[in-house]
Design a protein around this ligand. Structure first.
Ligand code: PTJ
Length: 247
């Protein structure tokens, strides 16, 4: 589809097109379109920009990933459609492997995911299913070199039960979710309430800038995820309360 340069919602339409193209190519689930629409609604409430609250969460996430001994970045069909290159860049900057983890997992989709990530420069990609974490869905199948042994895991655009299972296994979970009320958002240790297309490049920038170990430890120590979620909801509430926004 051609989106005219002058279209007032051009950016948003282009992102939809990326997810739709992912479905057409077979690596994004058709249900991923519904997930994307849900994200769009919450992004409207945020004002479609990275808030100072989200920026602070990004900084804490970058610090935690740098402090990790075995960090892993999980990728699903929506992430692979929206930010393949940017995700690979984040993995290289930390450095951390990227592990494919799909809810709607089939051998064919796994092959398409691998091709999509490799075509965007991913060299350190984990796709095996030779270990398990404690969830009954297909998400329970993991790579023995990745989530199974990781200490800090980035789990973006997630649907629910995996974060709890990872937490039970003693892992530190970072998520990106535009919905601050979601199960994953509330169960994670750090929740970045922002659009993944904006916050992944920002995290990479923080990873490049932050190096001093004392600073990293202080940033993670002083981060409070419950307060971060309250503040994120407050940003959305303030926009809803602003009756002038319809003028
Ligand atoms: O590729 P698969 O098979 O692993 O499936 C992936 C999806 C995303 C389909 C699956 O995990 C799913 O159904 O997710 P949910 O339950 O819809 O949750 C996704 C969450 O991500 C929701 O809370 C959305 O608000 C949020 N979200 C959607 N798009 C974005 C987003 N958050 C940040 N940036 C986005 N662009």
């Amino acid at each position: 589809m051609i989106v005219p340069d002058s279209h007032p919602r051009r950016q948003s339409l282009l992102l939809r097109e990326r997810v739709a193209a992912g479905v057409k190519s077979g690596f994004t689930s058709s249900v991923g379109l519904i997930a994307h629409g849900r994200g769009e609604a919450f992004d409207y409430l945020l004002g479609e920009e990275t808030t100072p609250v989200a920026e602070a969460a990004c900084r804490a996430a970058a610090a935690q990933l740098l402090l990790a001994e075995r960090p892993v970045l999980s990728v699903n069909g929506n992430v692979a459609a929206l930010v393949p290159e940017e995700y690979v860049a984040l993995g290289k900057a930390i450095p951390a492997p990227i592990e494919v983890n799909l809810f709607y997992r089939t051998p064919e989709r796994m092959r398409f995911m691998e091709a999509q990530m490799r075509s965007h420069g991913c060299e350190n990609l984990l796709c095996n299913e030779d270990a398990r974490i404690g969830v009954d869905s297909e998400r329970g199948k993991v790579d023995a070199r990745g989530q199974a042994v990781a200490d800090v895991i980035l789990v973006p655009l997630e649907d629910g039960d995996r974060t709890e299972a990872l937490k039970r296994a003693g892992k530190f979970v970072v998520t990106i979710d535009l919905n601050p009320l979601s199960r994953t958002a509330r169960k994670a240790d750090i929740t970045i309430v922002d659009n993944i297309v904006r916050c992944v490049p920002l995290m990479t920038r923080f990873v490049g800038d932050l190096r001093d170990r004392d600073d990293l430890e202080e940033i993670t120590r002083s981060f409070d995820n419950k307060q971060n979620l309250r503040d994120s909801l407050q940003v959305m509430k303030a926009r809803l309360d602003d009756t002038h926004s319809v003028d």
